[in-house]
Design a protein around this ligand. Sequence first.
Ligand code: PRP
Length: 180
Amino acid sequence: MDQDFKEILFAEEEIQKRVRELGQQISRDYGSEGDLVLICILRGAVVFLADLARSIDRQVTFDFMDVSSYGAGTESSGVVRIIKDLEENIEGQHVLIVEDIIDTGQTLKYVVDVLQTRKPASVKIVTLLDKPERRVTKQVKIDYNGFEIPDEFVVGYGLDYAQKYRNLPFIAVLKPEAYS
Ligand code: PRP
């Protein structure tokens, strides 16, 4: 499998350290007041959610949403649909959306717009990775960001290529030969 990677971008220890820092920052910012729901956007953010949640020192609940861009391929088209909606009502709750990566920003813009109509107390975003070069919308504000990365195809720690590599504990750049 190692031959599929151009380079290791973030080693396991580096990711764990950064996730702990994000958890501490989130714990400080939210304090203990109110209800905080972590909304994990399936499927890539599952690994990040599991580690992040255990670094947050206050009560939280989990909910899950699966969204998909119309059209195949590695690019999101901007037209998003809900495959699986939340189980719980978020009215009056503090919502923290947990993402693995923000690329064009179109998925998150859609999710935030949908969630805002449900009258939460607040909506914030935490993402492990941000690819700012690829952004097409200025309307997504990232509140907590693990790492800014260049425009390369990355896998591991939840991120996939054709559903593979999600279980790697590190994040690597895939060689173009591995996906062409
Ligand atoms: C990825 C990622 C975001 C979205 C970001 O999900 O988890 O949800 O793409 O892209 P955007 O900023 O260009 O909208 P993906 O569709 O690959 O699904 P997955 O999490 O199940 O792998």
